[in-house]
Write a protein that binds this ligand. Structure first.
Ligand code: FAD
Ligand code: SF4
Length: 585
């Protein structure tokens, strides 16, 4: 791709902050419209060939994929019993990572917690500061939201409706599907709309058994809808089609880029238009404001490596630093005109923070699959998705909204059961006999958006660059705890009803943040008194400022958010380009 030097004396048409799903999509859409765009990314450009190693055999890795001895990744218990920041108490480890940084394949992608502290209530905050952000290692489950989500208030009276309906965003979901590629099977469910799918992956024997069992209960298990191209994308020379090579579950990224990541899916093609300039190692610390017009004038950033400060101007500023970092940046951008932070006349920036509650799940075994020949099940970008079934036609007495399950079964390179006691030939034989007979699934449920769940700036703690850290005030509430009880019961009931023997039931609720689906800190709405952005993710207060990531969500739904983040961003950037052309910004 054609790289250009950033010209910091120039006024760009648009400045984009962050290069993940949202920033990458903004770069793609705006450069296609012919705008001159500067993309500022706080992290480094990874040496992709070295970092993404889905093809590497475990024995070719110095530690069989484990972290080197001088590094540590936070465990569930550490998140629960310790309070952030997680600096002290881990002196032996030079590098400290979130729970996702627990392997050699992810450690260079997630941040070092010591350089990037945060404070407040317990929260497993996973951040990736590098070109492409979290999309380098995301789990690829790519689901649509529906009017059951956008108009949820109409159904149960809680919270706010979104200022858009499914019909507004559906054409943009289609564009994302066609531009990036998605695999799955059509199910015609009004609460989980279909995408324009490429060739689906196959369910294996145990998964089909569960699917058939659930059908009798009126519940739908479908192939994992993955943001992966299985047929290839003729318009993108940086990506290859998935040929099922087997290390998708490593969370270390797909080195042939069959799985969507922002650099190869969006940013490199945008650079090829000649309209995009990329500057990595650029930590934006403030959005600057023209005191006469009240509009955003540009940004102030620090070179993450040299620590030198710079400013650059833009006609439009697009914040895409991820839900919590975007809120942090708006709160940091205080001025005489905006003493509560930028775009915050409503006082809602940082509030209505929501995500997915995770944890309860179940593992079962199909006795008739014991001893069957092994199959190649590693080579798939995912197993299955069990769609939401609660609070659709009937209201559950104990909680509102819904949850779905992600799961899988089959033979794999590291089969389930290897953590059991045993050794030698008989142990290996037992593992071999049983592998492929297990099935497991875990739930993801909607956490209600509540004003009292919020983030603000810590008055004392700062990050490595001297920027105030984020402070969390966030807890699951009664609705989430009631939902979790139900998840545990239904998981067990469904697996049993399909004829599996239950071998493990997990009733542990994972720490707040575990889902890595944080949302809602600058929500959209029609009323500027109770929302931060309008339906085009444009600030109510500052019309040349757009916030195009998950912070704009009004509620979390229970579906994974990334495909929606990109569809919304595409819609907003089309609007932005049109308004800019009309001199309306
Ligand atoms: C292991 C894992 C599994 C996941 N699985 C799924 C899944 O199956 N389905 C799903 O939908 N989602 C999944 N997600 C979540 C998904 O990755 C995110 O929803 C998505 O990446 C969000 O995009 P974003 O652009 O908002 O943020 P990011 O991808 O985090 O990108 C934000 C970028 O902004 C940069 N940045 C931050 N602050 C600044 C600053 N001040 N100045 C300049 N740049 C800045 C960051 O360095 C980063 O590169 C998963 C995430 C992880 C980590
Ligand atoms: S299974 Fe497909 S998407 Fe997953 S790592 Fe292999 S090629 Fe990439």
């Amino acid at each position: 791709m054609a790289e250009q030097e950033a010209d910091l004396t120039k006024k760009y048409d648009a400045l984009i902050i962050g290069s993940g799903a949202a920033g990458g999509m903004a770069a793609h859409v705006l450069t296609t419209h012919g705008l001159q765009v500067l993309l500022l990314e706080a992290g480094k450009k990874l040496d992709i060939e070295k970092e993404l190693r889905s093809m590497q055999w475990p024995y070719d890795n110095a530690h069989r994929g484990a972290l080197p001895p001088d590094s540590h990744s936070l465990s569930f218990n550490e998140y629960t019993i310790r309070r952030p920041p997680y600096g002290p108490g881990f002196e032996k480890s030079k590098n400290l990572y979130s729970y996702i940084g627990n392997s050699d394949y992810t450690k260079n992608i997630v941040v070092n917690e010591r350089e990037n502290p945060y404070t407040g209530t317990n929260y497993a905050w996973v951040r990736a500061r590098c070109l492409g952000g979290k999309t380098n290692i995301w789990g690829r489950l790519a689901l649509r939201l529906s009017d059951y989500d956008f108009k949820a208030k109409d159904r149960d009276g809680y919270g706010e409706n979104w200022p858009i309906s499914y019909s507004d965003i559906a054409p943009y979901y289609d564009k994302v599907d066609l531009y990036l590629g998605i695999t799955g099977v059509k199910e015609n469910l009004p609460y989980l709309p279909d995408s324009i799918f490429q060739r689906p992956t196959k369910l294996n024997c145990a998964e089909v058994t569960l699917q058939q069992g659930l059908k009798k209960m009126g519940r739908v298990l479908t192939q994992y809808r993955a943001g992966v191209t299985t047929d290839g994308l003729k318009h993108n020379k940086y990506r290859s089609r998935c040929y099922g090579r087997g290390a998708c579950e490593r969370k270390g990224g797909c080195d042939i880029h069959a799985a969507f990541d922002s650099p190869t899916g969006l940013i490199y093609p945008a650079m090829d238009t000649g309209n995009l300039t990329l500057r990595t190692n650029s930590t934006v610390r403030e959005i600057t404001v023209d005191p006469t017009t009240g509009k955003a004038s540009g940004v102030h950033f620090t070179d993450s490596q040299t620590m030198k400060d710079y400013t650059v101007r833009g006609k439009v500023v697009i914040v895409a630093a991820s839900t919590l970092e975007s809120a942090r940046l708006l709160l940091l951008s205080k001025s005489r005109l905006y003493p509560n932070g930028l775009a915050n006349s409503s006082g809602h920036v940082g509030h209505n923070f929501c995500e997915h509650v995770m944890g309860p799940g179940v593992a079962g075994q199909a006795k008739d699959l014991v001893g069957k020949p092994s199959t190649l099940d590693d080579g798939r970008p995912g197993g299955f998705y069990l769609a939401r079934f609660r609070n659709l036609a009937q209201q559950h007495p104990n909680f509102i909204r819904g949850y779905g399950f992600e799961g899988g079964s089959g033979s794999s390179m590291f089969p389930p059961g290897t953590d059991r006691p045993g050794f030698g030939a008989s142990f290996k034989e037992e593992i071999r006999q049983n592998q492929g007979s297990y099935i497991g699934m875990g739930a993801f449920g909607e956490v209600l958006a509540r004003y009292e769940n919020y983030v603000d700036l810590d008055p004392v703690v700062k990050d490595k660059w001297g920027i105030p850290a984020l402070r969390f005030h966030y807890k699951f509430g009664e609705n989430e705890h009631n939902m979790v009880k139900d998840m545990k019961e239904t998981a067990q009931e469904m697996v049993e009803a399909a004829g599996f023997k239950i071998i493990y039931v997990n009733d542990r609720v994972l720490t707040e943040g575990w889902s890595i689906h944080e949302l809602g800190t600058a929500r959209m709405g029609n009323d500027p008194k109770t929302s931060v952005l309008n339906q085009f993710q444009q600030s109510h207060d500052v019309k040349n400022l757009f916030v195009v990531d998950g912070s704009a969500f009004v509620n979390a739904s229970c579906q994974n958010p990334t495909w929606t983040i990109m569809a919304l961003c595409w819609r907003s950037c089309d609007y932005l380009a049109d308004q800019l052309a009309k001199n309306e910004l």
